[in-house]
Design a protein around this ligand. Structure first.
Ligand code: HOZ
Length: 412
């Protein structure tokens, strides 16, 4: 396997040392093959919002498993999950299930172009929308983590249609629209950035994009692969009160199994085959096991008080992290929303990817190692958000803050 892994960030290249090889996960914990236990803040990169291997999710999966692993035909479970997504996410009137966030973003891009008849797209520096050719321009996640220039193998003719702007910069977006009249299909963004660390939208940014796209006959697309059902039950669009035309999802809606989805206004989604001419298909799409895990996860999240609990757990954690770093005399800036958090070892503020790059990545590598030695598993990159879950207890958070205190003191 290239780099010994199935996805680049996992190789620990930017933090040094050897990757931890997991054996099993449960609740807020992961155990490695040597039997060491870690409090996990990666949560399988987002899906494990109810905690790993939740007993109700496992029981539901066992029941579905008895009926088979794949149908390759419509199943009732797809209808159930589709209804839940449509009820929860303001922009979604129709939804198509796929198998990953990358696939969802790849399809939504085709849909943006098909619907508008325009080829160009605006994305933001440091945002990551999966590994489709057109998105591998100033991308976040593994591309940022490994400091890679834009990937070889991506034709220049493809990325010529990808325009980029700094996050939180409405003026830059205005200029791109002015320079490319009637050519831009839409603007796609992570409404809260989780692939360049953790960057929140400034007041008016999302609203401004909504207005600008409308004025220019372009679509607004929220990539809620990370934020969907995490920032709130209805995602970032619900939390910030800005409704895009289209939305991509993944992670939480699969409850730990491979699922992605894209959805939006019925008029636009009706372009998708076989309702319309825009082609997109998939053998395992709508897979019964994946639908089951998604349905059960959303049912658990819908229970009263879940998001309040996630918010307070995460706030306690990030406050503890910031305080511990400051006590050690380190520069730090950090933030959390609901069950998502992040910090940068720099003075801040961090408004965009350029600011994020000021973080001390060498120090982060040392911190990562020190935390591992204390039984805490953080994302092995300074440019990935952290994730909490309903399973993270007060004791877990206290133990984590204590580990941060010791680790910051060590690296200061
Ligand atoms: N690109 C995802 C994180 N932003 C997944 C990384 C992984 O699974 O290794």
């Amino acid at each position: 396997m290239p780099g010994g892994v199935s996805s680049p960030v996992r190789a620990f290249k930017s933090v040094g040392g050897q990757p931890i090889v997991f054996d099993r996960v449960k609740g807020s914990y992961a155990w490695d093959v040597d039997g060491n236990r870690f409090i996990d803040y990666v949560g399988s990169w987002g899906p494990a919002i109810c905690g790993h291997s939740h007993p109700e999710v496992i029981a539901a999966l066992q029941e579905t498993l008895e009926k088979g692993t794949s149908f390759g035909a419509p199943c009732e479970l797809e209808n159930q999950l589709a209804e839940m997504v449509i009820d929860a996410v303001p922009s979604v009137e129709m939804v198509r299930f796929v198998n990953s966030g990358t696939e969802a973003c790849m399809a939504v891009l085709r849909l943006m172009r098909a619907y508008t008849g325009r080829d160009k797209v605006i994305k933001f520096e440091g945002c990551y929308h999966g590994h489709a050719d057109m998105f591998l321009v100033k991308a976040g996640s593994g591309v940022a983590t490994l400091g890679l220039p834009d990937s070889p193998g991506v034709p220049r003719s493809t990325t010529a249609n990808t325009l980029t702007a700094p996050y939180n910069d409405l003026e830059a977006v205005k200029e791109l629209f002015a320079e490319n009249p009637d050519a831009i299909s839409g603007v796609i963004l992570e409404p809260v950035v989780g692939n360049a660390g953790f960057i929140t939208p400034e007041p008016g940014f999302l609203e401004g994009l909504r207005e600008l796209t409308k004025e220019n006959g372009a679509l607004l697309v929220f990539d809620e692969v990370m934020t969907g059902f995490r920032i709130s039950y209805g995602g970032a669009q619900s939390r910030f009160g800005v409704t895009p035309d289209l939305t991509t999802m993944g992670k939480v809606i699969g409850g730990g199994l491979p699922v992605g989805a894209y959805g939006g206004k019925a008029e636009i989604m009706s372009m998708v085959a076989p309702a319309g001419p825009m082609y997109q298909a998939g053998t395992l799409s709508g897979n019964p096991l994946a639908m089951t895990a998604g349905i059960k996860t959303l049912e658990l999240l819908k229970q009263e008080g879940t998001y309040e609990k996630l918010e307070s757990t995460t706030q306690k954690l990030i406050s503890g992290i910031i305080q511990s770093a400051q006590e050690a005399g380190l520069n730090i800036t950090g933030n959390s929303i609901s069950a998502m958090f992040g910090f940068y070892l720099c003075e801040g503020p961090v408004r965009n990817f350029e600011d994020a790059k000021a973080t001390d990545t060498d120090k982060f590598g040392k911190l990562h190692r020190a935390m591992l030695e204390r039984g805490i598993y953080l994302a092995p990159s300074a440019f990935e958000a952290g994730f909490t879950s309903l399973a993270h207890s007060e004791d877990d958070i206290d133990a984590t803050i204590k580990a941060f205190q010791e680790s910051f003191a060590l690296i200061a």
